[in-house]
Design a protein around this ligand. Structure first.
Ligand code: 13P
Length: 251
């Protein structure tokens, strides 16, 4: 299973800035990327075309989207359909990111609809799950992960190609805070996610990637990526500069 290094640029960068950063990243990394590693850039919608263009033809580099609406087309003002993303060269999309759950009010049910519809439409999906600090303190880690994961994949066909569905564990308290989860916390959460994936998808659950996200930086990436059941990282702040993110990808 290839390790996935994903850059979530959130609401940062204009189209031209994003295209330049993607080209710079490619220049810094290509030729040195270890075998078995893949790089994914998730810019804002408005920057997808220049990022896809910058990465065109680069082996193991992909563009993706941070969000989409689970309908083919229609009267959904302000929304973007999976087919529009695929057309721009986005092969992946996130669902269930904590900012969409907790800032924009997406429910477990909506995340489930998006995950199933995105896969059906031809996107590969990274379903994000993670507990808030009060939930962790209340001993609810396992319950929250199980609820979010089961709801997230409720309508996903059980024979989905395992390479097309990944889960990102992103503890909400570690996102953008500089407070990274420790190895014990990451190992525990990823083992829980792995058990759930196998329970739901059988042997295919062993082949689905589980990414860690939350304050991943150049100086902690190699330790995190080496942990059991960590098949990649989903990076926010430290992915915005090509130099920082290249050091994570090459770690
Ligand atoms: P940071 O790396 O900035 O903590 O963000 C993590 C994240 O939300 C990636 O999706």
């Amino acid at each position: 299973m290839n390790k996935l290094f994903a850059a979530n640029w959130k609401m940062h960068k204009t189209a031209s800035e994003a295209g330049q950063t993607a080209a710079e990243l490619l220049r810094l990394v290509s030729g040195s990327l270890k075998p078995g590693r893949e790089v994914l850039i998730l810019p804002p919608f408005t920057a997808l075309a220049p990022v896809a263009e910058a990465l065109r033809g680069a082996q193991n580099f992909f563009a993706g989207a941070q969000n989409f609406y689970p309908q083919k087309q229609g009267a959904f003002t302000g929304e973007v359909a999976p087919g529009m993303l695929l057309d721009l060269g986005a092969g992946f999309a996130l669902t269930g990111h904590s900012e969409r759950r907790h800032v924009l009010g997406e429910t477990d049910e909506m995340v489930g609809q998006k995950t199933a519809f995105g896969l059906e439409s031809g996107l590969s999906i990274i379903l994000c799950v993670g507990e808030k600090i009060d939930e962790r303190r209340a001993g609810q880690l396992a319950a929250v992960l199980e609820r979010q994961l089961r709801a997230g994949v409720a309508a996903v066909p059980r024979d989905v190609q395992p390479a097309r569905l990944a889960v990102a564990y992103e503890p909400v308290w570690a996102i953008g805070t500089g407070e990274v989860a420790g190895p014990t916390e990451i190992l525990e959460a990823h083992a829980l996610v792995r058990r759930l994936l196998v329970d739901i998808f059988g042997a295919a659950g062993m082949q689905m990637r589980i990414l860690y996200g939350g304050s991943v930086k150049p100086d902690n990436a190699s330790e995190i990526i080496a942990l059991d059941n960590v098949d990649g990282v989903l990076v926010g702040g430290a992915s915005l500069k090509a130099d920082d993110f290249s050091r994570i990808v090459l770690a």
